[in-house]
Design a protein around this ligand. Structure first.
Ligand SMILES: Cc1ncc(COP(=O)(O)O)c(C=O)c1O
Length: 393
């Protein structure tokens, strides 16, 4: 039967992989109402608590009053407004690169950068657990595409030996489902030997990492020679929406000329750029947000290890609890929810089979008391689950 969607959906359900969308009835904040229930949430990427910050909200309101609510046209036609331009200049200064280019989403920024830089006859090498947008971009580019073992410099070096044409090495800065950091100094040194360029998508590093929130490149003290293509997204720690690519004058002009996801789309509403200009200011200057976040992370890791939970090697606000099967991940997530805690279960194909997990994320707007509550309830649910046998993998 053609288009047998019902069977596909039924299969997904039977494998405990069916997705549903929790309906959020409050702004992004620790205490939320979801599907009519009041819950304490640990699953937002609003790492610095800026998504509902009154100054950022006000900047967006004032931006809308001044610039209207729509981008109106693509950047190359008549959609490139003064706030977009000011934000690009501020992001270039923030990242210490000559230029930055604004995109409507991180998915588009990644698609744009990879497909504009490599094509037939070239090579793109990616960490095997890179974000889906980077993997999709590699496949769509038409370049020879190969994935190296996670964070494994030897595995990258072997692939570099066989590479042809212009070669782009692409990695997440902070891996979105594991929370660990790319081994950037070693990856960059290995790529440099072979004249390959490194592209880093630091969607989860900008904000939490680096002294001024400059992300993984600031954390490791790496410059434009090490990472010629640097991507950041604005919907996570910046608390707004969109993304940017930062790099040389030539890189940005190349994207403007050749990147289809940049050229053929309407610019983001200029009011969003006004909001991001304000959140960038707060992200850089209010270092207490990073300090508080780091102390919450440290407390959680200590408490979780006392409970006997399996965490990953993550120094970031992404603190996954490895569970194993999708069924158990769903069960643990449901048990937490019954007790008022919201944490999403992450299952294949987002993560490898057998490594389903609860992806706990922290924000600077969480309090210490809220982390203690999470730990208490986790201990209760985990001990209860330990008494039940595992059903599938
Ligand atoms: C590592 C990474 N890159 C890119 C994206 C996509 O960014 P956006 O949500 O702005 O499309 C995400 C998640 O959303 C991500 O986790």
């Amino acid at each position: 039967m053609p288009f047998d969607l019902a069977s596909r959906l039924a299969e997904r359900r039977a494998a405990h992989l069916y997705r549903r969308r929790p309906l959020l009835e409050t702004p992004q904040q620790p205490e939320v109402t979801v599907d009519g229930e009041q819950l304490l949430a640990f699953c937002s990427n609003d790492y610095l608590g800026l998504a509902s910050h009154p100054d950022v909200v006000r900047a967006m309101q004032q931006g809308a009053a001044r610039w209207g609510v729509g981008g109106g046209a693509s950047h190359l036609v008549m959609g490139h407004s003064t706030p977009h331009h000011q934000l690009e200049e501020a992001l270039a200064e923030f990242t210490g690169r000559p230029r930055a280019l604004l995109f409507s989403t991180g998915y588009m920024a990644n698609l744009a950068a990879v497909t504009a830089l490599v094509g037939q006859g070239d090579t793109v090498l990616e960490d095997r657990i890179n974000h889906a947008s980077l993997l999709d971009a590699g496949l769509l580019s038409g370049a020879r595409f190969s994935r190296y073992l996670h964070n494994d410099v030897d595995s990258l070096a072997k692939r570099l030996d066989k590479a042809a044409g212009d070669t782009l090495v692409v990695t997440d800065g902070v891996f979105s489902m594991d929370g660990d950091l790319a081994n950037l100094p070693a990856l960059c040194a290995t790529a440099k030997v072979k004249n390959a360029w490194v592209m880093v998508d630091d969607a989860h590093g900008f904000g939490p990492l680096g002294k001024t929130g400059g992300g993984i490149v600031e954390h490791f003290g790496l410059g434009i020679d090490d990472v010629p293509v640097l991507v950041g997204t604005l919907g996570k720690a910046f608390g707004t929406a969109g993304a940017f690519v930062a790099g040389s004058e030539e890189l940005i002009e190349t994207l403007i000329q050749f990147a289809r996801p940049y050229i053929y789309t309407t610019s983001q509403p200029p009011a969003v750029a006004c909001a991001t200009l304000k959140s960038l200011e707060l992200l850089r200057s209010e270092s207490w947000r990073r300090d508080h976040l780091n102390s919450l992370i440290a407390r959680f890791r200590q408490g979780a290890s006392e409970i006997g939970l399996t965490l990953m090697d993550s120094p970031t606000p992404i603190q996954p609890i490895l569970v194993g099967s999708s069924e158990r991940a769903l069960k643990l997530s449901a048990a937490l929810r019954e007790r008022g805690i919201l944490v999403g279960a992450i299952r294949p194909p987002t993560v490898p089979t057998g490594s389903a997990r609860l992806r706990v994320t922290f924000s600077a707007s969480h309090s210490e008391a809220q982390v203690e509550r999470l730990l208490d309830i986790l201990a209760e649910c985990w001990n209860q689950m330990a008494e039940e046998p595992e059903a599938d993998a």
